[in-house]
Design a protein around this ligand. Structure first.
Ligand SMILES: C[C@@](CO)(OP(=O)(O)O)[C@H](O)COP(=O)(O)OP(=O)(O)OC[C@H]1O[C@@H](n2ccc(N)nc2=O)[C@H](O)[C@@H]1O
Ligand SMILES: Nc1ncnc2c1ncn2[C@@H]1O[C@H](COP(=O)(O)OP(=O)(O)O)[C@@H](O)[C@H]1O
Length: 288
C-alpha cells in the first residue's frame, strides 16, 4: 500500500472580483496548508476498477468522491488499464471550508503518478486537477500561494511567519455553491490582498493579522449565525486574528505564543466538538 498525505488548507484572504459568464466567480485568494491531514492509501487492483473505502459516513464511496474522480481522470487521460483501491483515512472535517475533498483528489493524483510510474510533472498534475475542482491545483502544490481565476491559477509564495492555527468547526456542513450563490457583489468589503502578500514576504506577523479578510464570511454568517458567535468567542478568548476559512463554516484563529494556545483550545472545547490546534506547513512540497 502506498500512502500519501492530504493536508487541509485555510484562506488567509478570499476576494471575489466579479461573476464570470461560465457561472464561476473570479477570485483572488491567499491559501496555505496546515498540518491537519487525511491519509490516502493506494493499492493496485488487477480487475481495472476503482474502489473507495472511506469508513466515514459523511463521504461517498462512489463516483461522487473526488478521489474517485481523480483516479478515473488519470486512468482515462493516460490510458491505464489497471485498477486501484483508494483507502481514505478522514481527519479533515467534511464540507468545512478546509478543502478536504480537493486535497484527497490531489493526493490521489500524486499517489497514482507514483504507483503507476507515470513520470508526470507536478504542473501537469495540477492542470489535470483543475478538471475536478477549483481548489485541487492548489492542493496538488500545497504550501502557500495566491490563487486567481476560479482558484486554479497558482502563484507560489514563501512560508508565512511562524504561528499556531486554532481551527473550530460548528456542527453544520456548508455548500460552497450556496454561499457563492448568496453573495451580493455590490456590497463587498475587499481584503487587502497586496498587503497580505507583503506580510508573508517580509514575515511580518502583525501585518498578516491585520490583512486577513474573506468576502464569503458575512454570507455564511447570515445563513448560520453560530459561525459569527464562534468567531466572537475565539476573539474574546484571545486569538490574535480570527477569520472564517473558504465558504465555511470552520473558523480559524492565529496565535503567536504557545502559552496561549492551550487556554484558547480548552475554552473552545467547552461548546464546540471539533477544535484543532495545528501549525502552518509553510512552503510547498516537491514531487519525490
Ligand atoms: C470557497 C473555496 C475557497 O478556497 O473553498 P471551500 O470553501 O470549498 O473549501 C473555493 O473557492 C471553492 O473551491 P471548490 O470547492 O474546489 O469549488 P468547485 O468544486 O470548483 O465549485 C463548487 C461550486 O462553487 C461555486 N464556485 C466555485 C469556485 C469559484 N471560483 N466560483 C464559484 O462560483 C460554483 O457554484 C461551483 O459550482
Ligand atoms: N474525499 C472526500 N472527502 C470529503 N468530501 C468529499 C470527498 N469526495 C467528495 N466529497 C463531497 O464534497 C463535499 C465538500 O466536501 P469538502 O471538500 O470536505 O469541503 P469544502 O469544499 O468545504 O472544503 C462534501 O459534501 C462531500 O460529500
Amino acid at each position: 500500500m502506498l500512502f500519501v498525505k492530504a493536508p487541509a488548507k485555510i484562506n488567509l484572504t478570499l476576494d471575489v472580483l466579479h461573476k464570470r459568464p461560465d457561472g464561476y466567480h473570479e477570485v483572488e485568494m491567499i491559501m496555505t496548508t496546515v498540518d491537519l491531514a487525511d491519509r490516502i492509501g493506494l493499492e493496485r487492483r488487477d480487475d481495472g476498477s476503482i474502489r473507495i473505502s472511506a469508513a466515514d459516513r459523511f463521504i461517498p464511496e462512489d463516483r461522487r468522491n473526488l478521489a474517485y474522480q481523480a483516479a478515473e481522470l488519470v486512468k482515462h487521460t493516460y490510458g491505464i488499464a489497471e485498477g486501484v483501491t483508494i483507502r481514505i483515512e478522514k481527519n479533515i472535517p467534511v464540507a468545512a471550508g478546509l478543502a478536504g475533498g480537493s486535497s484527497d483528489a490531489a493526493a490521489t493524483l500524486k499517489g497514482l503518478n507514483k504507483l503507476w510510474k507515470l513520470g508526470r510533472s507536478i504542473d501537469e498534475l495540477a492542470e489535470l486537477g483543475a478538471k475536478i475542482g477549483s481548489d485541487v491545483p492548489f492542493c496538488v502544490y500545497g504550501g502557500t500561494a495566491l490563487a486567481t481565476g476560479r482558484g486554479e491559477k497558482i502563484r507560489h509564495l514563501p512560508a508565512p511567519p511562524n504561528c499556531w492555527v486554532i481551527l473550530a468547526k460548528p456542527k453544520i456542513g456548508v455548500s460552497t455553491a450556496d454561499v457563492y450563490g448568496n453573495l451580493k457583489l455590490d456590497k463587498l468589503s475587499h481584503p487587502p490582498t497586496e498587503q497580505m502578500m507583503e506580510a508573508i514576504e517580509t514575515k511580518d506577523y502583525r501585518l498578516l493579522c491585520n490583512s486577513m479578510g474573506n468576502v464569503l464570511e458575512t454570507v455564511t454568517m447570515d445563513l448560520y449565525p453560530e459561525v459569527r458567535v464562534l468567531k466572537e468567542q475565539m476573539q474574546r478568548f484571545g486569538a490574535d486574528s480570527v477569520l472564517m476559512s473558504g465558504s465555511g463554516p470552520t473558523v480559524f484563529g492565529l496565535v503567536e505564543h504557545e502559552s496561549r494556545v492551550h487556554r484558547i483550545y480548552n475554552a473552545l472545547r467547552g461548546f464546540c466538538e471539533e477544535v484543532y490546534a495545528v501549525r502552518m506547513l509553510g512552503e510547498r512540497e516537491t514531487l519525490d
